[in-house]
Design a protein around this ligand. Sequence first.
Ligand SMILES: [Zn+2]
Length: 300
Amino acid sequence: MQRVALFGLIALLVLTGSQVVAQDYDAVEITSVEVAEGIWMLEGAGGNLGVMIGEDGTFLIDDQYAPLSEKILAAITGLGGEAPRFVLNTHYHGDHTGGNENMGEVGALIVAHDNVRARMQIENPSEVFGLTFPPSPEAALPVLTFSETTTFHINGDEVHVFHVRDAHTDGDALIWFKRADVLHTGDIVFNGIYPYIDEGSGTIAGLVAACGDILAIIDGDTAIIPGHGPLADRDDVIAYRNFLQSVHDVIMPMVRDGMTTDEIVDANPLQPWDETWGQGFLDTEAFTRVAVTAIRNELE
Ligand SMILES: [Zn+2]
């Protein structure tokens, strides 16, 4: 119970930034949208899920929070699928890995980048949220990890998994369903809203580079499941990359000039982007702090 309550607290903070509202998992509904034959995006609370269902079994990308596992499994059943054979974590954050233990219990093999497993074994502090994300239980850890790429040959498709360096975290993966032409970006892409960037390991330069990697894979027909926000297309990724580059261009000189984080927040350098990008779960101040930290990470 303690752990569930703690995950609830993380959900509340991650989803709403500085605004405190109650996260009621009982009220969360899992909705689905089919993005290609046999592949869906599922939304509930936390990161967007990707699910592929076919005769070889169910392949699930991320699993949100532990209290939602039963609902996620019911949604997969409703789409005609069995319990997941594989769960691929896009990165270590609790709104993407919280259901790992439950999915493992129903038979899933949990797969992720090496650093996902490493991060889940330690405490990860967040200044913006004013808390420390605790280590995950042993049963929640990925049991198969990779360093650069891996490929699943399943349901008549090739599912290519690529690591991108020091972007949203230090363990991000992009997942591309080659035949279906669907790409799950994990939290490399927050579609249309200010992103959270891992304070311990994320960098904006890495995110810009990762967006470049995405644009090298996709074309105008590729369906893109972002980590957060609605389904995306190539134009959304281009707009997001350009926005991130602008943030980098504006904040980097302030950091190099030796300004403190509070001084940069007071200068409000992201005001020009606020109306377009500031309508999500991070307000300008929270995102400015996140961006400054990500720029400092880059200089280390
Ligand atoms: Zn994340």
